[in-house]
Design a protein around this ligand. Structure first.
Ligand code: ADE
Ligand code: ZN
Length: 332
């Protein structure tokens, strides 16, 4: 009997390049951490089905901030990282890059060092127990503005760590231009960090042009709305800029009404490098594994096309050359 496609996809080595640690914390873990830190959670944070409650993009960002409000100790960051990596490994993930936000830690009085040491411990424990390799992308928060982004970039430049491989930006895309963040990204790039920014998710292709023309980025978070501008699609291919595509997140946040209208196949047909990612798993009911399964079920991709997505993802990852070569050999 031939093995089902679903089970072959389950075993396929996967690479996740776009998830936010504060957006990976499951409701149950939020409650556990809040209880041990004596924090009372805001009423209405969860739905009756035990999901995070939010209605739109800004509501999502608020729920995300609220969940991260209970994180007070290195151990809290360790536990989220470990749990998330355990789930990734169970879905066949061999490598994951996760955004961490020092601004969220600072908002509750946590030091950068405590946040980082917790994340590093979670990565080390997960590698020991599940063999998965984790790396970190320090992210600034767009709606906190370009000056605060410089503070974060300088902090990461002044405190290098082998697991911190990149610098990125999330947050409310409708505030400030990408160009306004050039000083922060230039500090990070000068410190040897690879760069990515969220663009072309809530806003259209002009936001992606703004990013690629003004920031030292080799990847774009989402970038899916690039399909609205054929010249931009050509430019992304020419410059080998990879898109971190998160179809489930895009539908959850109403960027597209359903997966049938999602442009994943148009992006692949244009020859642009992509990865498939979960973004904020418990918020959007996504996982990297379900995004790969959806690649087959909703987008008609076969196993070899999905394997090629893992390859493209590993190639556009911010891992060092040795790790890349080693994991590319595992993907096959
Ligand atoms: N932060 C966490 N998830 C995000 C998303 N999908 N877009 C922008 N900022 C985010
Ligand atoms: Zn994101």
């Amino acid at each position: 009997m031939t093995e089902s496609l679903a089970s072959q996809i389950q075993k396929l080595p996967k690479v996740e390049l776009h998830s936010h640690l504060e957006g990976c914390i499951q409701p149950e873990l939020v409650r556990t951490i809040a209880a041990r830190n004596n924090i009372s959670l805001k009423d209405g944070l969860f739905t009756s089905n035990d999901l995070f409650a939010w209605d739109d993009f800004v509501g999502f960002l608020q729920a995300y901030d609220e969940a991260s409000f209970c994180l007070r100790k290195a151990q809290d960051y360790r536990d989220i990282m470990y749990t998330y990596m355990e789930q990734c490994a169970a879905q066949g993930t061999i490598y994951a890059e996760t955004f961490i936000s020092p601004d969220h830690a600072a908002a509750v009085g946590m030091s950068y060092d405590d946040m980082l040491s917790g994340c590093v411990q979670g990565i080390n424990d997960a590698e020991r127990d599940f063999g998965i390799i984790g790396r970190l992308i320090v992210s600034c928060v767009r709606h906190l503005g370009p000056e605060q982004a410089v503070v974060v970039a300088q902090q990461v430049a002044d405190n290098p760590h082998p697991y911190i491989v990149g610098f990125g930006m999330g947050g409310n895309e409708s505030m400030f231009t990408q160009a306004a963040f050039a000083p922060a990204f230039n500090i990070a790039a000068a410190a040897g960090l690879a760069c990515t920014t969220h663009a072309g998710e809530v806003l259209g292709p002009e936001s992606v042009w703004d990013a690629i023309d003004n920031l030292p980025v080799t990847r774009i978070g989402h970038g899916v709305r690039s399909v609205e501008d054929p010249a931009l699609m050509v430019e992304l291919t020419k410059r080998s800029i990879a898109l971190e595509v998160c179809p489930g997140s895009n539908v959850a946040l109403s960027v597209y009404p359903n997966l049938a209208s999602h442009p994943l196949n148009k992006i692949l047909a244009a020859g642009i490098n992509i990865s498939l990612n979960s973004d904020d798993p418990p918020f959007f009911e996504t996982t990297v594994g379900s995004e790969y399964q959806s690649g087959a079920e909703d987008f008609g991709l076969d196993l070899e096309q999905l394997r090629n997505i893992s390859r493209m993802a590993m190639e556009s990852s911010f891992a060092d050359a040795h790790t890349k070569a080693r994991l590319l050999a595992v993907i096959g």
